[in-house]
Design a protein around this ligand. Structure first.
Ligand code: URA
Ligand code: CA
Length: 432
């Protein structure tokens, strides 16, 4: 087989065989095919697309390019959740204990990552004593005992995707549905779960700016998952404004606890239920999505979900008394309000720019070696559609530096007040 022939075949709009796709992925992983040929291949895929079969083959070839996690020692159907990424997305911190409290195993491998705030691992490390360094035996043992554990990323998962994603980044081939879908799904499948629930975000703070694009990506990923034997469902959700009120690591832990107590932000609760009901249904614990949702609501009402959070925190070295004493979480030295300069209704809170403001405060990493400050971030006092009067707070900055003039400016420039505004739709569609 010659790479040049495969590039030409794809360029001319033909379907590649399983063997041909494996040849490309294996050869690239082993440095036998150079970047320039794979760049040309990615561009051909960008213009010619891939069939569902080709997408599944590309995904599985990337899965087999490195290590895979074996969760077979964990009893029950393991369901994982993945978000395409947003601002102030606190859902994992709520969903993991909530779903686990229904006796569904949640075996979460989580990274730190770059972004507006830290990843789930960083957020959890805002809890004094909490750690994610577990041996695989301890990880499996904890999930079997408590139904929930979070472990730091280890092993060499999907090296082909790492290489290809980096190449796409510099060759204008990131925005391709088959390439994005196979990239995300390869990582989820290598992580070992039996079933996968996807939260595909749309809007200013999302990778997919329009609902149509988000839906196309969701369908592509659901198609791949089901084809390779992992039951997969998806939700399309709004990321035009940040999710919930909190954007920041310790601030989001507090927000997650409040949501588990049934007094969290309405949008965060609604999205957790929308994703959670798919997780519970795929785990086989309910006959219908509506029945699954009732089970989740009852787990919040009864306090079972909150209790699970405490057990989980304690089991990984954390101090569970933060649930009743959130002031024990890292606190920022200064709280500075950003006030409205006119009466009206909040018409937009541009998610990506507010995320950038949180990162400027130190809540997220700009590069993989940056240090993050777990205490800092932004609390929104208003959401889109809320009424506000001049002088009332729109947002409160939690900072460890007094000089936040640039952050105040950035927030002010990205919260618009108009005479009329309504809250946006939160969940656009469910792909089942
Ligand atoms: N996120 C991924 O993991 N892969 C892509 O290709 C795009 C976004
Ligand atoms: Ca939030």
């Amino acid at each position: 087989m010659r790479m040049v022939d495969l590039i030409q075949k794809k360029r001319d709009g033909h379907e590649l065989s399983t063997e041909e796709i494996c040849f490309v992925v294996d050869g690239y992983t082993k440095d036998q095919i150079p970047d320039y040929q794979v760049s040309a291949f990615a561009m051909a895929v960008f213009f010619q697309d891939m069939t569902e079969r080709e997408r599944a083959d590309l995904t599985m070839a990337m899965v087999h390019s490195g290590d895979t996690i074996d969760l077979s020692a964990i009893e029950g159907v393991k369901v994982d959740k993945h978000s395409t990424g947003g601002v102030g997305d606190t859902t994992t911190l709520v969903l993991a204990p909530l779903v686990a409290s229904l006796d569904i195993p949640v075996a979460k491998m989580s990274g730190r990552g770059l972004g507006h705030t830290g990843g789930t691992t960083d957020k959890l490390e805002a809890i004094p004593g909490f750690h994610v360094e577990l041996t695989s035996e301890d990880f499996v043992g904890l999930v079997n005992k408590n139904k929930l554990a979070v472990v730091g990323q280890s092993g060499n998962l999907t090296p082909a995707d790492k290489k290809l994603y980096a190449l796409r980044d510099v060759t204008a081939t990131v925005e391709s549905i088959p390439l994005i879908a196979s990239s995300i799904m390869s990582k989820k499948i290598a992580a070992g779960s039996d079933a996968i629930v996807l939260d595909v975000k749309t809007g200013a703070g999302a990778f997919m700016k329009t609902v149509e694009d988000a839906e196309e990506l969701a369908r592509a990923m659901v198609g791949i998952g089901n084809r390779v034997g992992r039951k997969t469902m998806a939700v399309i959700s709004d990321m035009s404004q940040p999710l919930g009120f909190a954007i920041g690591n310790a601030l989001e832990v507090k927000e997650a606890i409040e949501t588990l107590q049934g007094k969290g932000p309405k949008d965060l609760e609604e999205l957790c239920l929308a994703l959670g009901r798919q997780m519970v249904y795929l785990a086989g614990k309910a006959e219908s999505l509506d029945e699954a949702e009732e089970l989740l609501k009852e787990a919040i009402r009864s306090g079972k979900a909150l209790e699970k959070f405490k057990v989980f925190v304690a089991s990984q070295g954390g101090d569970p008394s933060i649930v009743d004493h959130p002031e024990k979480l890292p606190q920022a030295a200064y709280q500075i309000e950003v006030n409205a300069d006119a009466d009206g209704f909040v018409a937009s809170i541009t998610a990506d720019e507010i995320g950038r403001a949180a990162m400027l405060l130190g809540a997220g990493r700009a590069t993989k070696d940056s240090l993050i400050d777990l205490a800092v971030g932004i609390m929104l006092n208003r959401k889109v559609g809320d009424a506000v009067q001049a002088g009332e707070p729109l947002a409160t900055i939690h900072s460890n530096s007094e000089d936040v003039a640039d952050v105040v400016e950035l927030i002010r420039a990205n919260i618009q007040i108009r005479d009329h505004a309504e809250a946006p739709v939160l969940v656009y569609a469910e792909i089942t």
